[in-house]
Ligand binder design. Sequence first.
Ligand SMILES: NC(=O)c1ccc[n+]([C@@H]2O[C@H](COP(=O)([O-])OP(=O)(O)OC[C@H]3O[C@@H](n4cnc5c(N)ncnc54)[C@H](OP(=O)(O)O)[C@@H]3O)[C@@H](O)[C@H]2O)c1
Length: 470
Amino acid sequence: MITLHEEITVQRTLKDCFRYVADFRTVAEWDATALDAKKCTPGPIGLGSRFIVHCAVGPTKVRLAYEIVEYSPWASIVLVGKSRFFEVRDVISFTETESQTHISYTAEFSYRWGLSNFEHQLESGMRAMGSESLRGLKDALDNSASAPGLSDCTARADRWVAPGVAMFSKWGYRRSISQRQPNSHFLDGRHVVLTGANSGLGLATGIALAEAGADLTLVIRNPEKREELLQTLKSETGRSDITIEIADLSLMADVRALSERLLAKGTPIDVLINNAGALFNDYRVTREGLEQSFALLLASPSLLTHTLRPLLTGHSTPARVINVVSGGMYTEKLVCERLIMTPSNYHGAQAYARAKRALTVLSELWAQQWRTDGIIVNAMHPGWADTPGVASALPTFRSITKRILRTADEGADTIIWLARASEAGAISGKLFLDREPRTPYLLAKTRESTAQRAQLEAFISAQIDAASMA
Ligand SMILES: NC(=O)c1ccc[n+]([C@@H]2O[C@H](COP(=O)([O-])OP(=O)(O)OC[C@H]3O[C@@H](n4cnc5c(N)ncnc54)[C@H](OP(=O)(O)O)[C@@H]3O)[C@@H](O)[C@H]2O)c1
């Protein structure tokens, strides 16, 4: 048996340290050998939670099945990990000293298949790996990640359209994992408003932010889905203190009524996530007279964000607005008049891409205008993720690309990171994919004119005003 023992002291509360380590998915962020980690039991983290962790051991990749076998909040956790070659028992204990937390980590490795005969040769490498991992854990908990920039590799890929687009697949997500900085920031006491929360990326985001401790207001359209959503959140995260608001966001009257309810409650909003969306293959006008793609994908987030602005300003740390756009927008240039399509020229994917392009431009405009109000605004696109929305609107695309689509969790990762990470609070006015700021233009011909940018807000407002009078 090889026993490794390390101790670290970090500038974090006991509770934060315990929660971060107990959610053993985070091992991929700090352990020197862990490549990825997934939770494979439903429900909140606790006794019996299991995780699958892949580690690089020399030239091979080893799969470890971990289970929490002892769980004593906020004092200690014991995990047992089993692989083909060895078993490891991790005993992690936490003690608070003034404003710091002391973590003691012991890992006992017992080898199988006669590998114990080589323990002597393995030992020094194992010790080095243990020290490096605990340094990684300390860095993760000290939470001192710097704001991300565009890596050289991504910048090169974006100059050539095909590699840029290839990154929308699950390979783009996987490539980005190795460059990530840990995210150990929690959202206790932070109020997050998230639209489109009952499905796909919104559901994955809601679960992750509930796990991170956020006070959640989730906006959904269908009141019949309320109970199911509350049940899912309860069973996945143990949280039952989540607020659900009902609004059909393609109707401006519903958007206004939602804002009025939130303004009347008066709870400041730390993060507003405009996620609700759909690609409509068929032309339809809402009962207020707006073409539905324009209404849901552009007019709605615009009106919602403007009307909720009083709840976003004046915080001690900047509030964040996150607009979920789409890689589809790379094909379109902003021309305001073309945002409203007619039955004769309507094409669902084009209407969708134009609205998402406009929302990307709006994000940049708001970021500039609201810089001094303490509101930061970013857009993100999720790549291609397998969600109910993609299955219903793009069945052919889905069947062709099924093997390379991201999961909803992978697609939602950058939304969660923008909402949660400390370093994401230092950037505004950017478009993100996989936690990296990306160019909004893969094709030079899609760059809009200054005049079109300047016109955009007034154009949207005029359409909304016309709808309000209808
Ligand atoms: N998945 C991808 O690959 C991908 C790629 C690029 C961009 N996106 C964007 O990501 C966002 C989430 O999409 P998703 O893929 O997760 O699709 P999804 O599974 O269909 O989720 C969309 C969410 O938006 C809600 N929604 C739709 N129309 C609404 C309305 N009128 N009022 C209120 N809520 C409404 C849906 O509610 P219901 O369940 O009641 O319909 C659902 O909760 C969208 O903005 C989408 O454009 C997705």
